[in-house]
Design a protein around this ligand. Structure first.
Ligand code: AHR
Length: 837
């Protein structure tokens, strides 16, 4: 079924720049329903990235509890100061030192040696607790007499303690050399002041034994450390030293931080996609996710280096995540490793004859989740505490498979799964795969990932309107504004509103789009990678970005079906394409010269690399000047930018020559903030030319390729939003770039309550005065509900310190007429719920 077009904006204008207050008419025909939306359309994607799980949702407070963190990343070798994969390729460094890891000791642990106490702390691999946790900590106590000797851990950037809060301590220990004990456990501040009553633990023997105790906080402190000291001479070994808040989400043992889990629960997710993302792919085959490492008693789980620069404890493993889904009332969507590692690291494929373990891991995961306790894997689930099946119905085969190596591996896994469990829904990630590589391959749903600028999202409100309805339905598994416009933490007001406009388009295309989730979900403010989060936290505080509140409102106000909504807006003309220029390559070496920018006969720039190279801003590649040319000499992605972000209506001319490599040239224009246009000449394996905005096509691709060792004349003419591209004098593209609308509205019905839900997004600094005309219903109750999410500036956001800076406000709305005027505030999402009479 084709969706009705319910976001028709008659006059287009852009969200950027000063705008006069707009006047709009919103015509809603409630008698013209669109397709039904999936009641579980809005869900979450939970990936252990940014210390989302370890150091975050998983409530363990000790960092490196198993003392395994000195282990080098699996599958990597140390080469020229970097951890590179075993093939010695330099492109992907495991980021081992990023969060304070090192190989020759006990990362995140320190020795407490106070007064005259004598002793030392060592990494030890003798007589391990289990083969899966081969390392332990050996404390040699030479003389504890008039001081303190022990070990300390500050957790993940400080342990949060509250007065009266209880903590469950557990550790394994054994001793030698006449150690008579006791051990003393405590929480203290940086000056050594106690934050709880110290607890004494006795009975350490020569055999590994588990000890448990409860610590009770006496004062509030957000950066406490845990200290375990020894009261006698001798040697003590420790392993799996663990401290949990006694109060976890739903009070589950080995559970989750209640405050973070509550924030997630607030989204009322319909499903949970887990555990990745790149986490399932890994940076090398040995670091790819194997769910079998994540089940059973904690000391039996082999910790593995993750792709996000830290080791994963797998304390929140397959079982705990399925349990979390159940506790949230969400359906699990498991993503498994399908034989190809991450294409953004160093892609590696498991050799086809060795794919057996990859294939059976999928089958066994399904049996673990769903099988009866009489099956081999179902029995382990029952033993872990959940005899009833978890009801796993959705399985994604791989994440972001992006090379020709992926389809045959997908085929092996997918056909085995279809044969054994034909009733499950199998999802295949099409974010980077080419459809022509997947000839003959099927899936029940297709995952798409979108990370882009606010403008891109607003420009793509109609993305699925033209989707071939014969293709499988879609799950947009990773959606977020990631450009600079979203602010340093992303998820600011403009990011949220742009995402919201995009979500309106998804709701309207509900026959195609079955599910959607934001990414990444969580970020520890101290343990972030270059990625952002929708929810931020530290040791004691949690806050949601504006995106959090917008997505929550969309989840709460998901219509059961949209109804036809036409928007006519009177507004200003869209601005011209504006921004700086640039040159670059994609896995290719090339050189550029005679670069000129002219506007109305005036020269804005004429390159002379002997004098003005310094003003070029290089991003990747290996740039140098050779004679008069500006050269990028590696077979790499290398971009370099120049000029004024306010340039517009200019003509860019240059000469370019390919030296070697896979493709041709990239010529940038309209580069402003995080946004850019480029002309990709000889792209897609040197087969096509295309103009793109943030790597999304503007107009059609055309066939074409670039010969090496030959100078080409390139010309790009910009006139308003019109782009003309010439290669050696021949016009190749003549296209007009669409501009983003700034006002969006959609309406739909709640089938249970009969409410008419109207959502409107105004991404401009002025209110839009609208006339709303509703037809197809008898009338409304006089009192409805109005919710507004807004702030003074589009760049405003929430933070840990100001968590409610931008939060929704709900009030009563008095409307009973089918035609009414409403002012939609500047920079806002408005949700109107009109109640049935
Ligand atoms: O969400 C962050 C990462 O982005 C995911 O791991 C991956 O799927 C994507 O590239």
């Amino acid at each position: 079924m084709k969706p009705i077009r319910s976001l028709v904006v008659i006059c287009l204008l852009t969200w950027a720049g000063p705008l006069a207050a707009g006047t709009a008419t919103i015509n809603i025909d409630a008698a013209k329903p669109g397709p039904r939306t999936n009641p579980r359309m809005y869900g979450i994607f939970l990936e252990n990235l940014n210390h989302a799980v370890d150091g975050g949702l998983y409530a363990e407070l000790i960092q490196n509890r198993g003392f395994e963190d000195a282990k080098p990343p699996e599958g990597f070798i140390y080469h020229n100061g970097r951890w590179v994969d075993s093939l010695g390729r330099n492109a992907y460094d495991a980021g081992f030192a990023r969060f304070g890891y090192f190989t020759n000791g006990l990362p995140f642990w320190s020795l407490i040696k106070e007064g005259d106490a004598q002793g030392s702390m060592h990494l030890d691999m003798s007589d391990p607790l289990t083969p899966e946790t081969p390392r332990s900590c050996r404390l040699e106590i030479d003389n504890p007499a008039s001081g303190r000797l022990g070990i300390a851990n500050r957790g993940f950037w400080g342990i949060g303690v509250k007065n009266g809060e209880k903590f469950t301590l557990s550790f394994w220990a054994r001793c030698a050399d006449g150690f008579k004990g006791p051990l003393t456990a405590t929480l203290e501040d940086d000056e050594g002041n106690a934050l709880c009553k110290p607890v004494s633990v006795k009975g350490i023997t020569a055999q590994w034994k588990q000890f448990k105790a409860t610590l009770t906080g006496r004062k509030d402190n957000s950066s406490a450390r845990f200290v375990l000291t020894a009261g006698a001479k001798g040697t003590v070994w420790f392993d799996m030293v663990s401290l949990f808040p006694a109060n976890t989400f739903k009070n589950r043992p080995n559970g989750l931080r209640a405050d973070i889990a509550q924030m997630i629960a607030g989204l009322k997710p319909g499903f949970v996609r887990f555990p990745g993302g790149c986490v399932i792919e890994g940076g090398t085959v040995p670091t790819a996710y194997n769910w079998k490492n994540t089940i059973g008693p904690l000391p039996d789980r082999t910790e593995i280096w993750g792709p996000w620069n830290y080791r994963e404890t797998y304390g929140m493993g397959f079982y705990e995540t399925l349990q979390f889904c159940e506790d949230l009332g969400a359906k699990p969507l498991y993503v498994g490793f399908a034989g190809e590692t991450c294409m953004f690291r160093n892609v590696e494929d498991v050799p086809l004859p060795e794919m057996g373990w990859v294939e059976t891991n999928f089958l066994d995961a399904i049996q673990y989740a769903n099988g009866s306790p009489s099956t081999a894997w179902g029995k382990l689930r029952a033993k872990a505490g959940h005899p009833k099946p978890f009801g796993l119905k959705m399985v994604e085969v791989g994440n972001e498979g992006g090379t020709r190596g992926f389809p045959p591996r997908y085929d092996l896994v997918h056909s085995l799964l279809k044969t054994n469990y034909p009733d499950l829904t199998y999802i295949n990630d099409y974010s980077f795969l080419r459809r022509e590589w997947m000839q003959g391959q099927t899936s029940d749903m297709e995952d798409n990932h979108f990370y882009n600028s606010p403008e891109w999202f607003m420009n793509n409100v109609h993305l699925y309107d033209q989707r071939d309805r014969k293709l499988p339905p879609v799950y947009d598994g990773e959606v977020a504004v990631t450009s600079g416009g979203g602010g340093p933490d992303k998820g600011n007001l403009i990011a949220a509103l742009a995402e919201g406009a995009f979500l309106m388009g998804l709701e309207r295309n509900a026959d195609v789009v079955k599910m959607v989730s934001y990414a990444p979900l969580l970020a520890n403010i101290h343990g972030r990678t270059d990625w952002h989060g929708m929810i931020y936290f530290d040791s004691t505080r949690v806050s949601g970005t504006v995106s959090y509140y917008l997505w929550k409102l969309f989840g709460e106000n998901r219509p059961d079906y949209t109804v036809q909504t036409d928007v006519a807006l009177q507004a200003d003309k869209a601005p011209a394409i504006t921004g700086a220029i640039g040159v670059g390559t994609w896995n290719t070496a090339a050189e550029f010269k005679d670069i000129r920018v002219e506007q109305d006969g005036k020269t804005l720039y004429a390159s002379d690399f002997s004098t003005n190279r310094a003003a070029w801003q290089e991003d990747g590649g290996n740039w140098s000047v050779s004679d008069t040319a500006y050269r990028q000499s590696d077979d790499a992605v290398g971009l370099s930018y120049f000029g004024d972000e306010n340039w517009h209506d200019y003509t860019l001319t240059l000469k370019a020559r390919k030296l070697h490599g896979a493709e041709g040239f990239l010529v940038m224009f309209g580069h402003k903030g995080g946004d850019k246009y480029w002309w990709n000449i000889g792209g897609w394996g040197d087969q096509e030319h295309a103009v793109e905005f943030n790597q999304t096509p503007v107009g059609e691709h055309v066939p074409g390729h670039i010969e090496p060792d030959r100078w080409y004349d390139i010309k790009i003419e910009l006139s308003d939003r019109h782009i003309r591209c010439y290669l050696d004098g021949r016009l190749i593209h003549d296209v007009t770039a669409a501009s983003a609308d700034h006002f969006f509205a959609s309406a739909g019905r709640d089938a249970t309550t009969g409410d008419l839900i109207i959502k409107a997004i105004n991404v401009s600094p002025d209110p839009v005065n609208a006339m709303v005309n509703v037809s197809g219903v008898a009338g409304f109750a006089p009192q409805g509900q109005l919710t507004v999410l807004t702030s003074g500036r589009l760049t405003d956001n929430n933070s840990i310190a100001k968590p409610a800076n931008v939060a929704p406000v709900t009030t009563r709305l008095m409307i009973s007429d089918l035609k009414f005027a409403h002012d939609f505030p500047a920079n806002s999402l408005t949700v109107l719920r009109l109640k049935k009479k």
